[in-house]
Design a protein around this ligand. Structure first.
Ligand code: SF4
Ligand code: SF4
Length: 387
């Protein structure tokens, strides 16, 4: 007698996907056009059709352990060609959001970053921390800020600020590591590797891919996403390097403020400008794209808005310092710091967490021979000439 498998759909999981951009998932009639059109899908066990089937049947465990959902870069080529308007691109985005939320530690933070009603309380945390530091530094005498030239070290003491910054980051990275370990456990337990390749080679391959952004370029519908992401990616890395070098310049060489044409400052400004332009490109792309193709979720806008505001207030702060307008310089600097703390302290739970989860999934996939191989030379050839 033929054996049968009883499938128990996870109804809550289906509801989650529907409420987070995947409301069209039940329209799928499994024709596989999406898998054919996706330029990133491997030939063997192609996606996203199989993910659409698992999602509409509520097979949560299959999807939690499916590294392929992280191969998708959300270009929406598949949604454009889906004859049923099932928007597989949005369903995959909802699955990724669920994975981040379910792995989050502490778990309530995963939910808080998804819901606009928690935005104000979340913002209040860095505001209170920074205001307390400021109050303590000035002994409550805010009037003194209007006197003399603008000097940020007089506003928020660098030593204490860095202590909070480093302490907060250590805690956040520890929490992020717990989430990532849960994710890795899901991948390896529920989707055990078929063949094991060198971990180091997998990491090198993944880094090469990130540098070249070849997967973003492979999507055919709209090249603006490629440029938007590229600018934000390199802008973010540049900003991180600038922050590290600025601390070194202060501690080792007591250089503060850094002159406008110093290499560190130039790198910081170029990074800020790159992120501002990248965010504008992304925002225009999202606003322009037909809502039949993509769904703009709260998490998408939260990340774009905060990355834009961090970069923009950084550039504004510098401008107000140079023209020496204390009230504007100090207030913009305060807002800038609040936004930075918000962005980085909540990174393991916001859409920024994709950076960590995707990295891990791509390493896992490469280690297991799932990715098509591309040498460093080929990656750059692809990047520049689309060969
Ligand atoms: S999502 Fe659309 S294109 Fe993909 S299998 Fe379903 S109906 Fe076909
Ligand atoms: S959104 Fe783009 S990368 Fe993702 S499955 Fe669809 S076609 Fe492939």
């Amino acid at each position: 007698m033929e054996s049968r498998t009883l499938i128990q759909p996870d109804v809550k999981f289906i509801s989650y996907l529907k409420n987070n951009g995947g409301d069209t998932l039940k329209k799928c009639y499994q024709c596989a056009s999406c898998s054919v059109v996706c330029s990133l899908s491997p030939q063997h066990e192609a996606f996203p059709r199989k993910e659409m089937i698992s999602a509409s049947w509520g097979q949560k465990d299959n999807l939690l352990s499916d590294p392929d959902v992280w191969l998708c870069h959300g270009c929406s080529d598949c949604s454009t060609h889906c004859p049923r308007g099932a928007k597989p691109s949005n369903v995959l985005a909802a699955i990724r959001a669920y994975i981040i939320e379910s792995c989050a530690f502490p778990s309530f933070m995963g939910k808080a970053l998804k819901n606009s009603k928690y935005l104000f309380p979340l913002l209040l945390v860095p505001i209170i921390v920074l205001f307390a530091l400021l109050y303590d530094n000035l002994n409550g005498n805010f009037a003194q800020l209007g006197e003399g030239t603008v000097k940020f070290a007089n506003f928020l003491p660098h030593g204490t600020l860095e202590m909070f910054w480093i302490g907060g980051n250590v805690l956040i990275f520890a929490f992020a590591a717990i989430g990532l370990l849960r994710f890795w456990k899901n991948l390896t337990l529920l989707s055990p590797p078929k063949e094991k390749k060198s971990f180091v080679n997998a990491v090198i391959g993944m880094v090469t891919e990130f540098i070249s952004h070849k997967h973003f370029k492979a999507c055919k519908q709209d090249s603006s996403r490629f440029w938007g992401h590229l600018l934000i990616f390199y802008g973010f890395i540049g900003a991180m390097i600038t922050a590290g070098l600025a601390v070194m310049a202060l501690v080792v060489f007591e250089l503060s403020p850094i002159p406008l044409f110093h290499p560190i400052k130039i790198l910081g400004n170029l990074s800020g400008i790159a992120m501002v332009i990248g965010c504008i490109i992304f925002a225009v792309h999202r606003l322009k794209t037909n809502t039949n193709k993509i769904v703009n979720t709260y998490s998408d806008w939260l990340l774009i808005t905060f990355v834009f505001l961090v970069s923009f207030t950084g550039l504004l702060t510098q401008t107000f310092r140079i023209v020496d307008v204390p009230v504007l310089a100090y207030s913009t600097y305060f807002i800038h710091m609040v936004l930075i703390f918000f962005l980085l302290w909540y990174a393991p739970y916001s859409k920024l967490a994709h950076m960590f989860y995707r990295t891990l999934a791509l390493v896992y996939l490469r280690q297991n021979g799932r990715e098509k191989k591309m040498t460093m030379f080929k990656s750059f050839a692809f990047f520049f000439f689309k060969l």
